[in-house]
Write a protein that binds this ligand. Structure first.
Ligand code: NAD
Ligand code: GLY
Length: 361
């Protein structure tokens, strides 16, 4: 068996393990011990199910296992698709002791988590993330939800899983563009709070992009460890968890104005982080060289550094204001004091923000 590492996200009675390793989908113990009740609903999509559903089902001997296969894509992350999960749970007469398993990327994880948060006022669920983005970000921390036409992730709940099971081998089948998009969230951890990890990424990005498994395991472990540490101190995002949204106010506005799915979430976040870095430079925190380092790392990770479509400035600004980071219509932003240290502020020159928006749009 391949080596495996376990992290614990410490949230008192809601604490849970994050298992990271290769071939974990060949070992039944990790999953079965986190399943309460006998009824299990695996939620996946048309792309992931043919690849991994049978493997997960094979781990669940002794349980009554059903599945619901959703259409694939960010554009289906909405209330209508969510309802398909409720339809399946009710049709199969699932009771409150059931467990849902999210098998897929962040879209499946967020929707399954939200279904688990609301079905019969809350049932258990397990995350089996299969994209790089989902392994390092969306499967950890309990944010669940769906998009609304007027704003991304606007409808949702905090609901923690029973465990997160990361089998790194599932990333073998991930398309290159999706892999790169996940790397944006990995870079985010380095930029926002871990200068040492940022150096590791700068040194190893070519090998990481070549999917070196040992380095990848280290990068996933460190990303999950950094996220778990932040979530453990601020589960409901009343303080420092906001830092995890570095680049997201810009990125969500990009996704919304371009139409969900045009830019991948991680691609939008990469551009958003670069916008945040440039604004940090205009605000006197970062040097031009440091901004260039951010752009260089994104380029090495095959991430876009600019927007290749026309967006109206007024539409973009309106979308930024809908973002959850806005309080009473005033935009809080996450900027960088230095590489490896982000901070939350609404004390910036509006002119500088406009300059950045104009430059990128
Ligand atoms: P995704 O779920 O759409 O997956 C990307 C694509 O990869 C899809 O086509 C999917 O079917 C396919 N796929 C998944 N696993 C595969 C595999 N192993 N092999 C081949 N193809 C595979 O997108 P994503 O990037 O994983 O997640 C983005 C979503 O996550 C967004 O909706 C975003 O809002 C959300 N998100 C949530 C949080 C959170 O804290 N809850 C954090 C970050 C992002
Ligand atoms: N992805 C941001 C968070 O989980 O808080």
């Amino acid at each position: 068996m391949q080596p495996m590492k376990t992290l614990n996200l410490k949230l008192n009675e809601k604490s849970y393990p994050i298992y990271i390793g290769r071939d974990l989908l060949l070992q039944a113990d990790f999953l079965s011990k986190h399943i309460s009740g006998r009824q299990v609903m695996i939620v996946s999509n048309t792309k992931v199910a043919p690849l991994y559903l049978a493997k997960v089902e094979a781990l669940l001997g002794g349980f009554s296992v059903k599945n619901v296969i959703l259409p694939d894509g960010e554009k289906y992350k909405n209330l209508e698709t969510l309802n398909l999960i409720f339809d399946a749970l009710l049709a199969e007469k699932f009771d409150r002791t059931c467990t849902l398993i999210a098998l897929g990327g962040g879209v499946i994880g967020d929707m399954t988590g939200f279904a688990a948060a609301s079905y019969q006022r809350g049932v258990n669920f397990v995350q089996i993330p299969t994209t790089l983005l989902a392994t390092v970000d969306s499967s950890v921390g309990g944010k669940t939800g769906v998009n609304h036409a007027l704003g991304k992730n606007m409808i949702g709940a905090f609901h923690q899983p029973q465990c997160v099971l990361i089998d790194i081998n599932t990333l073998d089948t991930l398309e290159a563009r999706q892999y790169a998009a996940g790397m944006a969230e990995v870079i985010k951890y380095g930029l926002l709070g871990n200068a040492k990890f940022l150096q590791f990424l700068q040194q190893n990005m070519p090998a990481l992009m070549a999917r070196d498994k040992d380095l990848l395991a280290q990068a996933i472990y460190q990303s999950c460890a950094d996220k778990a540490e932040i979530v453990a101190t601020d589960e409901l995002e009343s303080g420092r968890r906001v830092l995890l949204n570095l680049g997201h106010t810009f990125g969500h506005a990009l996704e919304n104005t371009l139409g969900y799915g045009k830019l991948l979430h991680g691609e939008a976040i990469a551009i958003g982080m670069l916008m945040a870095a440039k604004l940090s430079m205009l605000e006197g925190h970062l040097s031009a060289d440091e901004v260039a380092q951010v752009a260089d790392l994104c380029k090495k990770a095959d991430l876009p550094c600019e927007i290749n479509s026309k967006i109206k400035i007024t539409d973009f600004t309106k979308a930024m204001l809908v973002d959850k980071k806005s309080v009473a219509g005033k935009m809080r932003l996450i900027l960088l004091k230095k590489l490896g240290q982000a901070f939350i502020t609404n004390d910036y020159q509006p002119d500088n923000l406009h300059k950045i928006i104009e430059e990128f749009l």
